[in-house]
Design a protein around this ligand. Structure first.
Ligand code: CUA
Length: 315
């Protein structure tokens, strides 16, 4: 189901077509059950109305076969719908490895967007058509919800954690962006425009934003400014975990568990360093909760991500 479907917004992402089928499947199932129940009700009302000559004898007969059959049929039908929806949901939370990361911070009442190259936007998001994009969402104050109806996606932006979401736009154009979670006085006005461009146009748009530091470069400066380099830098005498090549690797913890060093782990380690201490290191890192805003955190995470990869900025 691609293109324009009546009563639905444009179908403009790789998942949107299947989402339309799922929606159609749910509607069809509901209509079928509705008609079945109301149809039978009407039939019985008419047949057994007062004064009708219908046979009312033999009321105690009960067949288990009918009972089991309709219970099993409904069970299978609804488990099928559940499996279909769950499969799609899981897929929407498993971005492909080559997806571009774009960072989004919600705050009362705007969306702040940062591209990996350092380009910033407010209440707007430019993306290339046909390329997977992974959004890393956070919030500076209350719960917001990043919703793009044309892509059939939405995801809460929750203060204190990173949520991710991905999509591949399939049609060039402008689409609505909404906040879909009530977040205060100007909730209704918290929205913007998603602009899907040809990859060439998108590259030109990125270039036009002017020369700027990439997110990772800005993060490197903050890494020094907040004093992180004092312990985690190459010349440090403090016994702190090295961060080179850390991102995406499993980290053994003092508790015996192992976690993968993703955006979330790094963010939590900065704000709550005592929660998941790397094995073999003393728990001496101070918490930076309340000192580093969401914007700066994203940059520091981007910097740590860049360590040990080819886009590594000069320190
Ligand atoms: Cu932000 Cu509603």
């Amino acid at each position: 189901m691609e293109g324009k479907v009546p009563f639905l917004p444009a179908t403009a992402s790789a998942h949107a077509g299947e989402m339309n089928w799922l929606f159609a499947g749910l509607v069809a199932t509901s209509v079928f059950i509705l008609l079945l129940v109301f149809g039978l009700m009407i039939v019985f009302c008419v047949r057994y109305r007062k004064g009708s000559g219908a046979d009312r004898g033999d009321r105690m007969t009960k067949t288990w076969r009918v009972e089991v059959a309709w219970t099993a049929a409904t069970f299978v039908l609804f488990m099928g719908l559940y499996a279909w929806g769950a499969n799609l949901y899981i897929d929407l939370h498993r971005p492909p490895a080559d997806a571009t990361d774009i960072y989004v911070v919600g705050k009362q009442w705007m969306w702040k967007v940062e591209h990996p190259g350092g380009q910033k936007e407010i209440d707007a998001l430019h993306v290339p058509v046909g390329r997977p994009v992974r959004l890393v969402l956070s919030s500076e104050d209350v719960i917001h919800d990043f919703a793009i109806p044309a892509f059939r996606i939405r995801q809460d932006a929750v203060p204190g954690r990173y949520e991710t979401l991905w999509f591949t736009p399939t049609a060039v154009g402008d689409y609505h962006l909404f906040c879909a979670e009530f977040c205060g006085t100007d909730h209704a006005r918290m929205g913007g425009t998603i602009t899907v461009m040809e990859p060439g146009d998108f590259q030109r748009w990125l270039d036009q934003q002017g020369a700027m530091e990439t997110l990772a470069q800005e993060g490197a400066a903050l890494f020094r400014q907040y004093g992180c380099s004092g312990c985690h830098g190459a010349a440090s005498t403090v016994h702190a975990p090295p961060l080179d090549g850390l991102f995406g690797r499993p980290v053994p913890l003092a508790s015996g568990e192992t976690v993968v060093a993703d955006d979330r782990y790094i963010r939590d380690s900065i704000l709550m360093p005592k929660a998941q201490v790397a094995a073999g290191y003393p728990p001496i890192m101070p918490s930076f909760a309340g000192q580093i805003g969401e914007d700066d955190l994203l940059k520091i995470v981007a910097y740590i991500k860049s360590l040990g990869t080819k886009e590594r900025p000069a320190r």
